[in-house]
Design a protein around this ligand. Structure first.
Ligand SMILES: [Zn+2]
Length: 259
């Protein structure tokens, strides 16, 4: 017999399946817009929050196969090792560093609870960028006074039009939000009892400084010379990047190696 004798494989398999299902269910809540026209309604603020959206920051492209990392700076106004790293990259003034900085800098995001009008009883979560947020804010603060777009009784249905624009090799989605002229009540107010607590879901998921730092260092940007824990303390003030020099040097080498 092999060394796995006595191991409860059934239990592990069941647990894995359970975890897979849980993450699939969680993913299913997030609505992903495809090209076309989508009729939707933004739902009001969840308990303990005072706007229909949560603003947060994400760092993408940190490492192959690594999930995007919530930015503590934008999301919680706490120091973010990746933002500090990005600032250090900008400061070197080198082209390759700038390119890398653009790739890993924080993207500003917003999230709202919504319902699609063809599924009025199912709460989804929509994550969107500043261009969409600007349009929504414009709608709220119109020339005629405040329009409570997310109000359960006097809000408005929205049509999101998704198209794409290409510049050279890249294709960018374009979003246009059009409001209905008529204020209406939600079709199924039962959804108000099922609002996702986005504060808990997103702000609550932000990792600690040291954990993010070790993910950053674990991307091949540092190998044998990983600093001892707490050795490089970089605060969030100007002129802080000196301690990051070594990381930047390695990041640059790694970026050159991977291109
Ligand atoms: Zn950040």
């Amino acid at each position: 017999m092999s060394a796995d004798k006595g191991m409860n494989w059934d239990k592990i398999r069941d647990r894995l399946l359970q975890r897979r299902k849980a993450s699939k269910d969680a993913d299913a809540r997030w609505w992903k817009p495809e090209q076309g026209r989508h009729k939707m309604r933004i739902l009001p603020a969840w308990e303990g929050h005072d706007t229909f959206y949560l603003e947060f920051g994400m760092h993408y492209n940190i490492a192959e196969g690594e999930a995007p990392i919530e930015c503590p700076k934008i999301t919680k106004d706490l120091p973010c090792p990746i933002c500090e790293f990005v600032r250090g990259l900008w400061r070197t003034g080198e082209e390759g560093d700038k390119e890398l900085a653009k790739k890993v800098r924080a993207a500003r995001r917003f999230a709202s609870n919504i319902v699609m009008l063809d599924q009025p009883s199912q709460v989804r979560i929509w994550s969107y960028g500043p261009m969409v947020w600007d349009q929504l804010a414009e709608l709220c603060v119109g020339d005629e006074g405040v329009v409570p777009i997310a109000d359960a009784d006097k809000g408005v249905d929205l049509t999101l039009i998704v198209t794409s624009r290409s510049t050279g090799d890249n294709v960018f989605p374009q979003y246009q939000v059009k409001p209905s002229f008529k204020a209406t009540a939600l079709e199924d107010k039962g959804v108000l009892d099922n609002l996702n607590d986005l504060t808990d879901m997103i702000v609550g998921r932000v990792k600690g400084y040291d954990e993010i730092r070790s993910i950053l260092l674990g991307t091949g940007m540092s190998t044998e010379e990983e600093p001892k824990k707490g050795e490089v303390i970089v605060d969030d003030q100007e002129g802080d990047a000196d301690g990051s020099e070594a990381i930047i040097k390695k990041a640059r080498a790694a970026a050159q190696g991977s291109d």
